[in-house]
Design a protein around this ligand. Structure first.
Ligand SMILES: Nc1nc2c(ncn2[C@@H]2O[C@H](COP(=O)(O)OP(=O)(O)OP(=O)(O)O)[C@@H](O)[C@H]2O)c(=O)[nH]1
Ligand SMILES: [Mg+2]
Length: 226
């Protein structure tokens, strides 16, 4: 088989996978919307602070709302254990090597979600590239960028930023110790996607967490696509 034919077949296989993922994601979205659940997909590089942020969100939501978390990692139950320690139901998906979650993995967990949920947060596998190509049935997609990663990342990894609704800048408490220009990171992300709603946060000092949680609560009340 020629290299050209092989490449063509590869493209067709990838298109099939993405097409079938999109279909399953649409089914998940309509089921969760029908139940009045706001689903949020968190994407970032490994260690940008997704789980730390979810722990803080859990503290803030627990008095008035019910949330659940689906954790995606290559191996271990560690992140789900951290969330359960907050009294929040959590499911761990271990991909065994795949660098992103797919909608079919999330679909398997739907029947186990408790009644009366307000929020479902999905923490994607730590990776700033692959997760961007896979919808999971979320209404909101949030990309996290931590100060230690560097202000040049939005333009280098654009798809995570062009496909997101929110940009959550994390670990701002570390900025005094880093050659990091937060305004540049924000400006370049907004050049890629002017629709991004930007939050400046620190899980250590608590900066920006109330604003972020208020935004999620307001989004819960707002009908989809309003
Ligand atoms: N200084 C500082 N450290 C933080 C902050 N948020 C998280 N960290 C630390 O950053 C490290 C990674 O945090 P995690 O919450 O595990 O990051 P993650 O994105 O969930 O990581 P993966 O799931 O492995 O992709 C931990 O040592 C956290 O304590 C923050 O706001 N400030
Ligand atoms: Mg994590």
């Amino acid at each position: 088989m020629s290299e050209k034919t092989l490449k063509h077949k590869e493209v067709i296989v990838i298109q099939d996978i993405l097409g079938s993922n999109k279909k399953i994601a649409a089914e998940i979205r309509s089921k969760l919307e029908a139940r009045g659940i706001l689903t949020v997909n968190f994407m970032s590089s490994p260690g940008a602070g997704k789980t730390a942020l979810l722990e803080k969100i859990a503290d803030r939501l627990k008095s008035g709302y019910r949330m659940a978390v689906i954790e995606g990692d290559i191996e271990t139950e560690r992140d789900a254990e951290r969330i359960r320690a907050k009294g929040v139901p959590a499911w761990q998906i271990t991909t065994g090597g795949a660098c992103h979650l797919e909608a079919k993995m999330v679909a398997k967990i739907l029947p186990e979600l408790p009644a009366g949920l307000d929020f479902l947060f999905i923490e994607n596998v730590g990776n700033l590239v692959c997760p961007a190509g896979y919808e999971l049935g979320e209404r909101l997609r949030c990309v996290l960028l931590s100060a230690p990663e560097g202000d040049d990342k939005p333009k280098k990894y654009p798809k995570a930023f062009t496909t997101s609704d929110c940009l959550i800048l994390t670990k701002t408490d570390l900025i005094p110790y880093l050659p990091y220009d937060q305004e540049k990171a924000k400006k370049e992300a907004l050049e890629l996607n002017p629709r991004l709603k930007v939050f400046v946060t620190s899980a250590v000092t608590g900066q920006g967490l109330d604003e972020l949680v208020d935004f999620f609560i307001a989004s819960l009340r707002r009908p989809p696509h309003a």
